[in-house]
Design a binder for this molecule. Structure first.
Ligand SMILES: [Zn+2]
Length: 260
């Protein structure tokens, strides 16, 4: 039986946790700026950094237990996230922090430039597990402006594994050369390709048999395309949400038309 947010002591504790977490993040940022000022990372035994991570972990676990003594026991017993986040590996775009969710609330897959290759066993396994076992309700494909992977795909040439990985993004650029060439400068082309990549990867997720079979079984599951701005910490919805086979096909058709 679902409980309302106001009567659920766990939710109340979590709200408190979020407030404290925000304050802690401010404190963390101030502490690290101070430490960087003292050349924390330079001139110290490199092992010291790892020791500090364990110390951070001790404090974090203690804080969580102080707010909710059963937090870890509940999480260990079961995970039931509503969301699957497919995002970029960029260290500045951490899923849980950006959408302010606790451990256990979002299932995450990240790779360079948030690409969904139809042959990527890793990504497809995550997708299948999220859809068929965890029964997530929302999948968000999240790109970000200033993406280094997208930047590399904008440039011609290159070889090696990363260029193979980025080839779907390079294809977007090539298929839409006229559009990109009409943009006023390199920054505009970069921003536009970051957005376009999100849309194409949203299409890619929506065309997998995993999603299409799930919709055919009557599952209520939506795929969203979002983009994150490193400069203000804000997410923007690119309004390409699809929640059925028909909507997915419509988005695919729109994508093909814009590329022709
Ligand atoms: Zn990136």
């Amino acid at each position: 039986m679902p409980r309302s947010a106001s009567s659920d002591p766990n939710r109340s504790r979590l709200a408190t946790w979020r407030t404290e977490a925000t304050l802690y993040q401010v404190e963390w940022a101030m502490r690290h700026v101070h430490l960087w000022g003292q050349s924390w990372f330079s001139g110290e035994d490199p092992m010291r950094l790892l020791k500090r991570l364990f110390e951070n972990n001790e404090r974090w676990a203690a804080r969580m237990l102080a707010l909710d003594p059963e937090f870890f026991e509940r999480l260990a017993a079961q995970q039931a996230p509503q969301f699957l986040w497919i995002g970029c590996s960029d260290s500045r775009v951490p899923a849980n922090e950006i959408i302010d969710l606790l451990p256990g609330e979002v299932f995450v897959h990240r790779n360079v430039a948030n690409v969904v290759h139809p042959s990527d066993m890793n990504c497809l396994s995550v997708l299948q597990y999220a859809v068929e076992t965890l029964s997530v309700r929302h999948i968000m494909v999240v790109g970000h402006y200033g993406c280094g992977g997208v930047r590399q795909a904008l440039e011609e040439g290159g070889s090696g594994m990363i260029d193979h990985w980025l080839s779907p993004i390079r294809q977007i650029r090539r298929r839409n050369r006229a559009v990109f060439d009409s943009l006023p400068d390199e920054r505009s082309r970069w921003d536009r390709l970051c957005e376009w990549n999100v849309i194409e990867q949203t299409v890619a997720v929506s065309q997998t048999t995993i999603l299409r079979d799930s919709w055919a079984r009557g599952s209520q599951i939506a795929i969203h395309g979002w983009i994150y701005d490193l400069h203000d910490g804000r997410l923007r919805d690119l309004n390409v949400t699809v929640a059925s086979v028909a909507e997915a096909d419509n988005l695919l058709a729109r994508s093909n038309n814009s590329a022709s």
